[in-house]
Design a binder for this molecule. Structure first.
Ligand code: PNS
Length: 168
């Protein structure tokens, strides 16, 4: 941990797209940090073909957090541990929705710790009504024409409708 200066949390992820669950975690993090860097990874550990480009995902994050100057949105290349050091962060924050998330999160945290002993992780749980939500389910429901308006901010909904409306 840094001894002085604002406490900075790094919230990494794919954010394809950002959901209300991610938004909840980022805003909750401000209860334990002075600022949050929400960072879209160029390389996700679980390989998948993204629905939105990296630039689009960062833009969506900037749109939904436009009201909160303590949240900065950007992308990063390479290893999380390297970006953690570069961004002078104090800890990494990740959301834990259910026991099923635990194994993957624990494995990632331990692997990162092997690479950089000083990295710290804090896991936050989302509001109960968001605990079933995932970006992959939102993508699938939107792609198949379902209503995802309860799960994403209006700016994200508009982009999903534009993206998948074209395919239908
Ligand atoms: O939202 P996700 O897909 O669960 O986020 C996973 C993410 C982006 C945090 C993870 O894939 C990551 O840290 N990628 C950066 C590359 C890296 O450091 N890989 C080794 C992880 S042990």
């Amino acid at each position: 941990m840094k001894r002085n200066g604002p406490v900075t949390a790094l919230y990494p992820g794919s954010f394809d797209p950002v959901t209300l669950g991610h938004e909840d975690i980022a805003r909750r993090t401000l209860r334990v940090a002075d600022r949050v860097v929400v960072a879209v990874a160029h390389t996700a550990t679980q390989a998948k073909r993204p629905a939105f480009s990296l630039e689009e995902r960062v833009e969506m994050l900037q749109e939904v957090f436009g009201d909160e100057p303590r949240i900065e949105c950007r992308s990063f290349e390479g290893l999380l541990v390297d970006f953690f050091r570069e961004s002078n962060s104090d800890f990494v924050v990740r959301g834990l929705r259910a026991v099923s998330d635990f194994e993957y999160e624990f494995q990632m945290a331990q692997m990162n710790r092997e690479m950089y002993a000083d990295i710290e992780f804090i896991f936050l749980t989302p509001d109960a009504h968001l605990s079933f939500l995932s970006a992959s389910l939102v993508r699938e429901v939107a792609r198949l024409g379902g209503d995802v308006s309860p799960f994403v901010s209006p700016q994200v909904l508009e982009r999903l409708n534009r993206r998948f409306g074209e395919d239908r």
